[in-house]
Design a protein around this ligand. Structure first.
Ligand SMILES: Nc1ncnc2c1ncn2[C@@H]1O[C@H](COP(=O)(O)OP(=O)(O)OP(=O)(O)O)[C@@H](O)[C@H]1O
Length: 737
């Protein structure tokens, strides 16, 4: 037990030593100091940075050349340096944090050691109690004898055994304590080593911080110097600028002194102007009143002049109309031109190329024809040689075309055998158009020129007559057959139900009309060339005018007709459909011949109704209408007999005087209407009696401006003539007389 006590004492002392050693370590103090120092450094760096930035800002403000690249460069360098210092500080802070963590670890170890020491302390207390117990027991008087007895007694043996067991427990505890002590010693060593390392690191950091501080101070020194220099420079510059400003100020003062008299003059002028402006409204009112009076006077003068001019204009218009009518009367209402087509390239190569036609160089109305050794002379109104251009031909017909603007009905035929150039003259080719296109364009440009005094409306219809059947070439269904009917309104006028009338409002519309007409004509047949030779093509242009100044109205109609080929196909022994075609062509051409013959012979009855063609053209063939027949002639010897026929027919037609026949014919045929303009007195303008308006939209269809009422007997006569052979009528009537 004594030995045990001794050992316990030693242990206790050792524990005490260790406790004193571990109780207040320098490490904790040093770390605390280090943290405080670190904080201080941070604060210092922060304040240093702030003051540096402030001084830089102040320097930049005072320096007027803060855009100077040198100072900008320095500022950038300083900023970089500050950023480096900041980075270093951050690194150090991180290291301090690591040290903190290590210190925490050590503190935790110390806490463990403390807990173990507490347990040891408790054990030592317990040991102390045991010792006291032992001492107490030792102080009791020795009872060796008794004890011997007692030893041998069961109680003493029990007590010894208990003591021994207690002793064993204490021994065990001592072993555990020793073990603990050894561990604590190891930990202490470890802590000491860590402490030494931390101290070294702290020393290193302190050195680094000192170095950083030194750099910072040096940097601040530099910045201070730089600031002073910049301030100095700025001061010098400000001084020089101030000097310049002073000089300017002196100049401005001088100017101000010299400007003062000018200002006084200007003020005077301004006052003067102000007075004038105040007076201006009164002057303006006065001037306006005077101007109004003058304008009223001028307007009344102009209006009286206008009235006078209008009266003169009306008188002149009447005079012009009269003169025109007189001219037409002198020239004859039916005019006949002849056009000889050129020999084509293919024909030139053949043996038939030799032309039998010749022209009079002094008279453009004479054509010579050599037939069977005889020279025949034909006198017409105009002969166009093969080299005549489309333009030259149109020049001759354009006065007729424009007369329909004045309210006349005009009819232009192209007559001749197949291939003699009728279609070329009327329709022309794409790059060299014929009379049709040129006429429509001319009418359009003329009526456009007459605006705004005249308000015109041009409408166009296209009709084909094939085998005595009328077809609407501008309609949606060109194959549909049209009929000529008496208008049910009792006016006695003819009309064509369903005939399309296209209003032309622009030059583009003209192209559209011809394209549509051509397309519709082509769709209804297999061979367009052949079909066009066997059918009559009519372009009907109506021009309605209204004079906005005089209130006059006019309506004229222009019929442009490309007739079917006139050759004697009936003699060639054609059969079937060709024979029917020939009969229909001959019927309509002979009816045309009959009509012209009747007009020429001043017959009381003119048989307009004998064919669709003459029936349709009735208003343009009678009265004061103007008719032009363009006889087309082929120059080839093989076509000579047909050319002779065509030219003879043309010469007979030329002698017809429409106007003289008009009165009687109109009496019988056109009792209800007249196609010619009315001849008024000198004072009143000519007013054309306008037939019923024709409208494309009207369901009733188109109206023909005159109607004929052929007596039934004459109609019967015409029909019988047709049935016995129209060809004979044509040849026997006009053609071969
Ligand atoms: N004055 C001319 N200049 C140049 N070529 C012409 C002239 N006249 C007619 N031709 C040409 O002659 C040919 C026949 O002309 P076109 O078709 O006009 O005759 P047509 O009398 O209308 O015949 P059809 O009765 O068969 O319709 C066409 O190739 C046409 O281009």
């Amino acid at each position: 037990n004594a030995e045990l006590e001794e050992k316990l004492l030693d242990q206790t002392q050792e524990v005490e030593r260790l406790r004193s050693e571990l109780g207040a370590t320098d490490l904790e103090k040093q770390l605390e100091l280090l943290v405080v120092e670190n904080e201080r450094l941070k604060q210092e760096l922060k304040s240093c940075k702030t003051s540096e930035l402030q001084s830089l800002d102040a320097a930049a403000e005072t320096c007027s050349c803060n855009h100077c690249p040198h100072s900008q460069n320095q500022a950038r360098q300083r900023e970089r340096r500050l950023a480096e210092l900041e980075r270093e500080l951050l690194e150090k802070t991180a290291k301090v944090e690591t040290l903190h963590r290590q210190l925490d670890e050590s503190t935790r170890c110390l806490d463990d050691s403390r807990r173990k020491l507490d347990a040891e302390h408790k054990l030592s207390l317990r040991l102390h109690e045991c010792e006291e117990e032992l001492a107490r027991q030792a102080s009791t008087p020795p009872r060796y004898v008794t004890q011997t007895v007692e030893v041998e007694s069961a109680d003493s043996q029990k007590a010894v055994a208990e003591m021994q067991s207690k002793n064993a427990i204490l021994q065990e505890q001592l072993t555990v304590q020793r073990q603990l002590l050894r561990e604590l010693e190891t930990q202490l060593h470890e802590s000491q080593r860590t402490c030494a390392q931390l101290r070294t690191q702290i020393l290193v950091y302190e050195g680094e911080m000192e170095r950083a501080q030194g750099q910072l101070e040096a940097e601040m020194q530099n910045l201070e110097e730089e600031k002073n220099r910049v301030i100095e420079e700025a001061f010098i510059r400000a001084e020089s600028e101030m000097k310049a400003v002073h000089e300017n100020l002196a100049g401005v003062r001088m100017n101000l002194l010299s400007l003062q008299p000018a200002l006084r003059t200007l003020t005077c002028d301004y006052n003067c102007l102000k007075r004038q402006v105040q007076e201006f409204p009164f002057m303006l009112d006065k001037a306006i009143t005077e101007a109004k009076q003058e304008i009223c006077q001028v307007i009344s003068e102009v209006s009286s002049t206008n009235q006078e001019l209008l009266r003169k204009y009306k008188r002149e218009m009447n005079l012009r109309k009269k003169c025109h009518n007189e001219l037409v009367r002198l020239k004859g209402n039916i005019r006949v031109f002849c056009r000889v087509r050129p020999v084509s390239q293919e024909e030139q190569d053949s043996a038939d190329a030799k032309t039998m036609l010749s022209f009079d160089s002094d008279d453009d109305a004479i054509l010579y024809l050599s037939n069977k050794g005889k020279i025949m002379t034909f006198e017409l109104d105009k002969v166009f040689p093969p080299h005549a251009t489309q333009e030259e031909v149109f020049q001759e017909v354009q006065s007729l075309v424009t007369s329909c603007i004045d309210g006349f009905n005009v009819c232009i035929f192209a007559y001749g055998q197949t291939g003699s150039g009728k279609t070329y003259t009327m329709e022309g080719v794409a790059d060299d158009p014929g009379i049709n296109q040129r006429a429509l364009r001319l009418l359009f440009s003329e009526v456009t020129d007459k605006a705004p005094d005249w308000d015109y409306k041009i409408t166009v219809s296209m009709v084909e007559i094939y085998n005595e059947t009328l077809r609407n070439l501008l309609g949606d269904t060109p194959t549909e057959k049209l009929d000529i009917k008496m208008n049910p309104d009792g006016s006695g006028q003819l009309y064509v139900p369903g005939l399309t009338e296209f209003t032309v409002q622009s030059p583009e519309d003209i192209n559209r009309v011809f394209e549509l007409g051509h397309m519709n004509r082509a769709t209804a047949c297999t061979n367009l060339n052949e079909h066009s030779s066997r059918s009559h093509a009519l372009l009907i242009i109506t021009v309605c005018g209204f004079n906005t100044a005089t209130g006059n109205r006019t309506q004229g109609k222009l019929n442009l007709v490309d007739l079917a080929g006139s050759e004697r196909i009936g003699k060639s022994g054609a059969e079937g459909s060709r024979l029917r075609e020939a009969q229909c062509i001959n019927k309509s051409l002979s009816a045309l011949g009959d009509v012209i013959n009747a007009l020429r012979s001043k017959h009381a009855h003119v048989p307009f109704r004998n064919s669709r063609l003459t029936y349709l053209l009735q208003d343009s063939l009678s009265g004061d209408s103007k008719t032009l027949m363009m006889v087309q002639v082929s120059p080839l010897p093989s076509n000579m007999s047909e050319s002779v026929c065509s030219l003879k027919f043309a010469q007979r037609v030329r002698s017809v005087e429409l106007s003289s026949a008009s009165s009687s014919s109109r009496r019988h045929e056109n009792s209800s209407t007249s196609s010619s303009p009315t001849h008024d007195s000198l004072d009143s303008p000519p007013v054309t009696p306008v037939p019923l308006p024709i409208s494309r939209a009207s369901s009733a269809g188109s109206t023909l401006s005159s109607a004929s009422r052929t007596p039934s007997s004459s109609r019967r006569r015409s029909q019988s003539q047709l049935s016995t052979g129209t060809l004979r009528t044509l040849r026997g009537g006009l053609w071969e007389t």
